[in-house]
Design a protein. Structure first.
Length: 192
């Protein structure tokens, strides 16, 4: 059982550290050859436009899409959420597997990045929003799992979770417990 962490660009090492905290084996994904034996996935924050560009001349994203559609637990944070979304305002749709509309950089520029108190599945924790995307809307098949004030900042649809913030920079116990459960059994993700 290995978690594949997309490692084209961005904050993939922070996710690796979360996986080390929960004793989960992982592999860094830079190429399609890294995808064998992967049965859960993490798409990190970073710059979605750069990630899309880096892999544009190979079939990494089409293979990733097949893997996600096969039903393996998949978590995308920030840029990772943008990669997952079906519709992207001010950006490009890439994997398009999560029935949401997101808007890139919707909270403002880098210096408007902030920490906020997020309710993630009933637990409140301070998390970072770094040039984060906003979740503008989602289909009925999508369930909110994280909110800040009354705004939805995290969703789940079947095996896919998208968060606009960075729990991997906080690594609080609730997040790590949730991650551990999610990786083992994506469908039971809501039972913390
Ligand atoms: N603004 C970035 C993008 O558009 C996302 C920022 C992040 O992942 N922290 O991809």
């Amino acid at each position: 059982m290995k978690t594949g962490v997309l490692a084209l660009q961005g904050s993939f090492y922070d996710h690796v550290q979360s996986l080390e905290f929960i004793d989960q084996d992982y592999v860094l994904i830079k190429d399609t050859s890294d995808l064998s034996h992967v049965n859960s996935l993490i798409l990190p924050g970073g710059e979605s436009t750069s990630m899309i560009k880096i892999q544009e001349n190979n079939d990494l994203f089409s293979e990733l899409k097949k893997l996600i559609e096969s039903g393996i637990p998949t978590l995308g944070t920030c840029a990772g959420l943008i990669l997952l979304a079906k519709d992207v305002i001010d950006g490009e749709t890439s994997l398009g597997v999560l029935n949401t509309v997101v808007e890139r950089n919707a909270y403002g520029r880098q210096n408007q990045s902030f920490e906020g108190l997020v309710n993630l599945l009933g637990n409140k924790e301070m998390y970072c929003f770094i040039r984060a995307p906003k979740i503008l809307s989602y289909e009925d098949s999508v369930t909110p799992i994280a909110t800040i004030d009354n705004e939805v900042v995290g969703v789940i649809e079947n095996n896919i979770v998208g968060l606009s913030f960075h729990p991997e920079l906080t690594n609080d116990k609730n997040y790590l417990d949730w991650l551990s459960n999610f990786i083992k059994d994506g469908v039971n993700v809501r039972s913390l």
